[in-house]
Ligand binder design. Structure first.
Ligand code: BEZ
Ligand code: FE
Length: 290
């Protein structure tokens, strides 16, 4: 095939996939080529812009490390992560909605008993979190694995500290026989996503801020149910309608109730301020295989 020009190049590349035996790969790459070429045509891409794009993606790659995933950050800020989560977790009305996973989950966080002080020294106002895990018919889900992780009052996750020694504001719990759960965390605060790299520069250039509204992260899994990856957001947060990664869903916004002191849910009498958060999760039944 010779003498390809701007009107024939797209079809020529797609035709080159004719012998691809992996059907899914063929579908994905054919669509990618079609949309990529369509994008270049639509914006009338210049060579300087093409070079800038290559340099940007190179910088994104160079910013990645075992503790920093700049490509996921790029996907998050372009709304791709929210799109992929939404189309892969369509659920019946009544189920708790899913949202973005984010880059700060850690596999195998410390197992703690119900009621534990999950904060483990993380800076922030104590927050008693409690609720239940149920199925769509209201049945309690006993023994569900509840992973929770959150940023501290400085807006940083434990693993972001250079002097990281042990997990704080992060744990794995199991729901009680009646589906209940409770633990002591800290009040979440809004924080900026890491913005000292190429994604931050892009946000700046677009006149976009890097802030996420205050939230707690949860991953909840139990046999017979679809694993739920979600957040609980804090009502009244100034960034609820402009989350840098487009993760907010109204059904996930809850009232974090502030108390100046007094009797706490764990039976103690506290003379310092604390908050309480009640949130019930409803899991979707697992999809039947085949
Ligand atoms: C987070 O909530 O932890 C997060 C999500 C997306 C990008 C950066 C951080
Ligand atoms: Fe987060």
């Amino acid at each position: 095939m010779r003498n390809l020009d701007e009107t024939t190049i797209t079809q020529a590349v797609i035709a080159r996939h004719a012998k691809t035996t992996n059907r899914r790969l063929k579908t994905v790459m054919t669509s990618l080529v079609r949309h990529l070429h369509g994008f270049a045509r639509e914006v009338d891409l210049t060579e300087a812009e093409w070079v800038a794009g290559i340099e940007f993606l190179t910088a994104v790659g160079h910013t990645c490390s075992p503790t920093r995933q700049e490509f996921i950050l790029l996907s998050d800020t372009l709304g791709l992560s929210t799109l992929v989560a939404a189309q892969n977790h369509r659920k019946p009305v009544g189920c708790t909605e899913a949202t973005v996973f984010g880059p700060f989950h850690v596999e195998g966080s410390p197992e703690r008993p119900l009621g534990a002080d999950v904060a483990n020294g993380a800076e922030g106002e104590p927050c008693f979190v409690r609720g239940s895990i149920r199925g769509l018919a209201g049945e309690p889900v006993a023994g569900a694995v509840i992973e929770v992780w959150q940023a501290d009052a400085k807006g940083l996750y434990d693993v972001q500290y250079e002097a990281f020694d042990e997990h704080r504001a992060r744990a794995t719990l199991r729901s009680a026989p009646d589906g209940g759960y409770h633990f002591l965390g800290i009040v979440a605060t809004p924080y900026p996503i890491p913005h000292d790299g190429p994604v931050g520069q892009l946000l700046d250039a677009l006149n976009r801020h890097p802030w996420r509204p205050a939230h707690l992260h949860f991953r909840i899994s139990a046999p017979g149910y679809e694993t739920l990856v979600t957040h609980v957001f804090r009502d009244g947060d100034p960034y609820l309608d402009s989350d840098a990664v487009f993760g907010v869903r109204s059904s996930l916004v809850a009232d974090w109730v502030h108390h100046e002191g007094g009797p706490a849910p764990d039976g103690r009498m506290l003379d310092t301020p604390f908050s309480t958060l009640d949130f019930d999760f409803v899991l979707n039944p697992a999809r039947k295989e085949g």
